[in-house]
Write a protein that binds this ligand. Structure first.
Ligand SMILES: C[S@@+](CC[C@H](N)C(=O)[O-])C[C@H]1O[C@@H](n2cnc3c(N)ncnc32)[C@H](O)[C@@H]1O
Length: 274
């Protein structure tokens, strides 16, 4: 079942600004997708000229997300997901991984990019046993996200909050921590928090490329230290191996995540609310 079918609105399409590079579209370009414009490709190429490793970061980060969702469904018994900062549909979106293992899984996606909204239909192909919904909202308004998500998710039941490469868009660390805390407060014991984000302190060339990107007119993305990323999990029980390079989080043989995989400047973890 699909709770909220969103008909792409021509007015929404008009809101898509193709003159300024957008995070969701550049990310889609690095992931090998087609939903991006010349301006995004130029910004993506300018970035990879300085730091080609961003492509590995983007792909390793999606693999981390997939392993997190699979763990949550198969090992933690989670059936509800709130995925904020969804991005453009790509291979193995959250609902595809979750419903592939548990068709009754319910997923709410949240993003504020009009292009993601225009593509939201792809995110709404739910299994008939489960549900998917899409909310056009800003991560800085967690109250609204919770209010609308409650139409699809039962917040009396454990839920996984997914924040994959979104918190860097909230420049102020205290504000980002407060958003995470507000969202997690609404979820019951047994819920989970999954975060992965670009990390500072690993690769100076990455930081140089990111600074240049942030000064280019694109919506800035702020890298955080591993300590700062770890702080988001305060009060929660980290699942082993804790906050690590995404390539080191429960790697599976044969998917570019084996134990010998290089450390990348993208750190993440998964934690349970006691
Ligand atoms: C780098 S992409 C990450 C996509 C996906 N979560 C992943 O990890 O592959 C960041 C996403 O966050 C969204 N985003 C940026 N600022 C946001 C905000 N203030 N509120 C909601 N979404 C936002 C962008 O539109 C984009 O889709």
């Amino acid at each position: 079942m699909t709770d909220h079918v969103i008909t792409p609105d021509p007015a929404e399409q008009q809101k898509i600004d193709t003159t300024v590079p957008h995070s969701a579209r550049i990310w889609n370009y690095w992931l090998g997708g087609k939903d991006n414009y010349a301006v995004d490709q130029a910004a993506g190429d300018a970035y990879t000229e300085v730091f080609p490793g961003i492509v590995t970061i983007a792909r390793s980060s999606r693999a981390f997300l997939r392993r997190n969702i699979a763990y949550l469904v198969a090992e933690a018994g989670i059936r509800q997901f709130l995925d904020v900062g969804t991005g453009l549909p790509t291979a193995q979106n959250t609902h595809e991984v979750a419903q592939g293992l548990a068709p009754e899984a319910r997923i709410v996606y949240v993003d504020n990019d009009p292009m993601v909204l225009a593509h939201a239909r792809t995110l709404l192909y739910s299994s008939k046993e489960g549900a998917t919904a899409y909310i056009d909202a800003n991560v800085t308004d967690p109250g609204r996200i919770l209010e609308v998500a409650a139409k699809t998710l039962d917040f009396g039941r454990p839920t996984a909050l997914i924040l994959s490469n979104i918190l860097g868009h909230v420049a102020d660390h205290d504000q980002a921590r407060s958003i995470v805390a507000t969202l997690m407060e609404a979820l019951p014991s047994g819920s989970y928090l999954s975060i992965n984000d670009g990390s500072r302190g690993i690769d100076p060339v990455f930081e140089q490329a990111q600074d240049a990107y942030n000064n280019s007119g694109a919506v800035p993305y702020n890298l955080r230290s591993i300590d700062e990323i770890t702080m988001f999990f305060e009060g929660l029980e980290l699942v082993e191996p804790g906050v690590v390079s995404v390539t080191e989080w429960r790697p599976e043989a044969g998917e570019g995540g084996s134990g010998t995989q290089e450390v990348v400047a993208e750190h993440g973890g998964l934690a349970r609310k006691p």
